[in-house]
Design a protein around this ligand. Structure first.
Ligand code: GMT
Length: 385
């Protein structure tokens, strides 16, 4: 086996955390001298401008009229995997998200036979907790997971949920937990309120700013973000920055207008880069219904921004309640607002939480150790152990 690996990565090229994690893994592997291919529907968001380092293969669905609306993406993806593996001796195919990516990888492997790469599947959350355990998709998702040569999850919670949800006895099928990671040089504590003043020209010097980033899907409980903000604002005037877009954005904007708070809230939509705003905010809100990990919270912690979040899924694996953030039961917006107030009213406590947050991320969630672990899995599979 050569030292230089030939790796292909498949992910959703959207703003979600799974695509970002996949992209960072690919770029880091390319930095280590490995050959890296991305096979995806579109150029992954954080891959923009980086194409010299990696090769991108676009998955294009057939435009044959009879196939319109028949969901040919998994077939088109498997076909592209087969095509790439036919002229490149791929060692590893690392797919992010079980449905349909692990399924497409399995189909490609069946076709490729001896030329097939090893399949690594990283589960990210909803592929297990929502879609995967939907009875319609459960058998095919379970099958695709079990046919992978290695499976990883970003949290111990998701590993447990996968074993339980798919009825897989843990002793028969090991799953590696590799926590998500963050680029701590990029996500660093640099507090410069000038960026916030571009959003709120009348922002007071000590007026707290709350911030939320997500895909605004129902699972994120966007209504709770607004309720927590409104609860805090009643006691201590503050601002809210909302980054991202999705089905819950319009209802949230409507609610903010009904509350008469539109001058105090900035809805920015999808942003490719928002680290300057994040690092200048005071508290990050993540009141999700479910979260296998919560990458956006980790990025906030890396900037030294305390997080107030719901006590679900993998979130408690990265946030220690009362030390660098606060956790509350899902939907308990009063408790969340109280926690935010306890931070913004007590600068000494805020500074302590901020230091703890950054320290914790530096100790446990750096990029290089995570990449070492993925690479070790690739090499373990190729060594056949
Ligand atoms: O949060 C989302 O809905 C997007 C989704 C995705 O596919 O990117 O996020 C999932 O994967 C992220 C990266 O591992 C995790 O940080 C998120 O917690 C997870 N989302 C859910 O579990 C709801």
């Amino acid at each position: 086996m050569s030292d230089r690996l030939n790796l292909a990565i498949t992910c959703f090229p959207t703003f979600g955390g799974s695509g970002m994690v996949a992209t960072e893994i690919g770029l880091a592997m390319a930095d280590r001298g490995h050959r890296v291919h991305f096979i995806a529907r579109d150029l992954p968001v954080r891959l923009h401008g980086m194409t010299r380092k990696v090769v991108f293969h676009e998955v294009a669905e057939s435009d044959y009229p009879a196939l319109a609306h028949s969901g040919t993406y998994p077939l088109a993806l498997a076909s592209k995997m087969i095509e790439v593996a036919s002229y490149e001796p791929l060692d590893i195919l690392h797919v992010h998200y079980a449905v349909p990516h692990a399924t497409a990888a399995w189909m490609a492997r069946e076709v490729l036979g001896d030329k097939a790469p090893r399949i690594v599947t990283t589960l990210h959350g909803t592929d297990t907790t929502l879609v995967g355990i939907d009875p319609t998709y459960l058998p095919i998702t379970r099958f695709s997971i079990l046919r992978s040569d290695a499976v990883t999850t970003p949290s111990a919670f998701l590993r447990r949920a996968t074993w339980e949800g798919f009825g897989i006895p843990p002793e028969t099928f090991p799953i590696d937990v590799i926590p998500n990671f963050v680029d701590t040089d990029c996500y660093a504590p640099i507090r410069d309120r000038a960026h916030l003043r571009q959003l709120f020209s009348d922002l007071g010097d000590d007026e707290p700013v709350l911030l939320h980033v997500s895909n605004f899907r129902p699972v994120k409980r966007i209504g709770d973000v607004v309720s927590v903000f409104a609860g805090v604002h009643r006691e201590r005037p503050c601002r809210l920055v909302m980054i991202g877009d999705g089905p819950e954005r319009s209802p949230a904007e409507r609610r903010v207008r009904e509350l008469g708070l539109e001058d105090r809230v900035a809805f920015l939509g999808k942003q490719e880069r928002f680290v300057e705003l994040l690092a200048a905010a005071d508290v990050f809100l993540l009141p999700s219904e479910q979260e296998s990990f919560g990458l956006a919270a980790l990025e906030a912690l890396s900037c030294g921004i305390p997080v107030v979040a719901s006590d679900v899924g993998g979130i408690p694996e990265q946030i220690e309640h009362g030390v660098w953030g606060y956790l509350a039961p899902v939907g308990d917006v009063e408790a969340m607002a109280r926690h935010v107030l306890s931070l913004v009213r007590d600068p000494e406590r805020w500074r302590l939480f901020s230091r703890n947050a950054r320290q914790h991320v530096l100790e446990r969630f750096q990029l290089a150790p995570a990449i070492d672990r993925y690479e070790a899995i690739y090499r373990r599979l190729l060594a056949g152990t």
